[in-house]
Design a protein around this ligand. Sequence first.
Ligand SMILES: [Zn+2]
Length: 137
Amino acid sequence: MTVVVFARQELQCLQELARTETVESCAVGFVAPAGVDRFVVRGLFPVEASSYFQRAGARATLRPEACLAAANEARRLGLGVLLAHTHVGGMPAQFSRIDDEGEKLLLEYFGARVPERRHFATVVSTDGVTTRALGGA
Ligand SMILES: [Zn+2]
């Protein structure tokens, strides 16, 4: 089983956003291998307001510039990318069909620009967290 470890504070920050915002929030972090099938997330921070292309209650997407910046930083660090977003309004921390669709494109994008690294997706609710390989299970 793959284990992905978060910094508690970074996670709590996203849970707070899930609780207080009415629209989804996105965050980008970087993933370092830490043993067999074990990964540690570093620097998981919400993106700037200007990074959103679309931001609604059940969908949020980032501008191409924001994705490119994340890919470039991951390459510089030699790490994988973790894309997190919140589910608001009491929605559970479960990947939606919208998430499934969006991640296919994101996997293509990050897989091409940051090859040979594992990339992940995380969804955060007020009291839950679910992480999977980017692009779905
Ligand atoms: Zn979602």
